[in-house]
Ligand binder design. Structure first.
Ligand SMILES: Nc1nc2c(ncn2[C@@H]2O[C@H](COP(=O)(O)OP(=O)(O)OP(=O)(O)O)[C@@H](O)[C@H]2O)c(=O)[nH]1
Ligand SMILES: [Mg+2]
Length: 323
């Protein structure tokens, strides 16, 4: 078949480190999740591990600019980098691409970096599936580092801490007080905190976070450091990179990196299972049955839970012998 031939051709070029082939394969996986297994089976023998960094924070705090600054440093060390920017403001993929490209212009021209922006909605199988699959493609491509940029904590459609090994939470001067941060769940998820836009102040917020961290206990023995950066001029980036390597080493020396890798795949496995169960459910309960109980529910709306319970109780689940 012509299409399969196309994929083989792309895989061949991909293995020769052709970035256009990488871009094409990402598009195929985004738009045709059912082809993912066909594509990934070509990489079974690849053992390469990329180190995955998550950068998160409210809109406009400078995540993309910071990603560019971090990438610039890592590129200088001869590392290769794959970036995934999840942009919630863009209504469609591609729209985000230009904006982030502008913010990362300097580094985007380097042959050792590949930048992909995604809108946070509108992907078959969901944004987290798309992001995870792109990280797998980056790993197969041989990227040393992967940086995932995403807005927000706790409210985003996918939770970055399931996918990344080191999480950098970015804040800015005037963000608010420590209580707000605690409420937002921010103080729990960071491995490193960064107060960006230090040219606008921010010593007070950095001190606040430090104080709160002093009062916290840490599983695994890592006390998150607090950095201050100006990601436009690059001030403070060296220190941030030091913290990054420090955390990476901490994870590598303990069992924690394995645990984070396990988390990443547990997340993926659960996702794939949900997807399959969804399909099974469709085959077990017909749209007519759903229509039927919906009709009943119009007159007996307070019984909706019982109706669904009864419908579900009547479903026969059988595990196939050869599964
Ligand atoms: N003064 C100052 N401005 C900065 C700094 N870093 C980024 N900016 C500016 O802040 C604005 C937002 O930067 P982005 O990098 O797009 O922020 P973002 O967090 O990626 O934004 P979204 O992806 O839209 O959430 C831009 O105008 C940047 O130039 C900094 O250290 N100091
Ligand atoms: Mg951005």
């Amino acid at each position: 078949m012509r299409r399969e031939y196309d994929i083989d051709l792309l895989i061949g070029k991909f293995k020769e480190k052709d970035k256009i082939a990488l871009a094409r394969l990402i598009s195929i996986i985004e738009n045709h999740p059912e082809k993912a297994s066909d594509i990934f089976k070509n990489f079974n023998h690849i053992k390469h591990d990329s180190y995955i960094i998550g950068i998160t924070g409210s809109p406009g705090v400078g995540k993309s600019t910071l990603t560019g600054a971090i990438a610039k440093r890592l590129l200088k060390e001869g590392k290769s980098i794959g970036v995934i920017s999840v942009d919630p403001t863009s209504p469609f993929s591609g729209g985000a691409f230009l904006g982030d490209r502008v913010r990362m212009t300097e580094v985007s021209l380097d042959p050792n970096i590949f930048i992909r922006s995604l809108a946070s909605r509108g992907y078959r199988g969901g944004i987290s599936r798309a992001v995870l699959d792109i990280t797998l493609l980056y790993e197969a491509f041989g990227m040393d580092f992967i940086i995932i940029e995403t807005v927000g904590v706790g409210q985003s459609e996918f939770e970055i801490y399931n996918l990344a090994y080191t999480i950098i939470v970015v804040m800015v001067p005037g963000y608010g007080d420590a209580i707000q941060m605690q409420k937002a769940g921010i103080i729990e998820i960071g491995d490193i905190y960064d107060v960006n836009k230090k040219d606008l102040g921010g010593a007070d917020i950095a001190a606040h976070i430090d104080m709160m961290l002093d009062d916290s206990t840490f599983q695994g023995g890592w006390r998150p450091p607090v950095a201050m950066t100006n990601s436009i001029t690059g001030e403070g980036i060296d220190e941030l990179i030091e913290y990054l390597y420090g955390h990476k080493e901490h994870l590598e020396l303990s069992e924690l990196l394995r645990e984070r890798k396990r988390n990443r795949f547990a997340y993926k496995v659960r996702e794939l299972l949900y997807y399959k169960i969804d399909n099974v459910l469709e085959s077990l309960i017909s749209p007519d049955e759903i229509k039927e109980i919906s009709k009943t529910a119009i007159d007996n709306k307070f019984q909706i839970y019982d109706l669904v319970h009864d419908l579900f109780s009547n479903v026969k689940f059988e595990r196939k012998k050869d599964d």
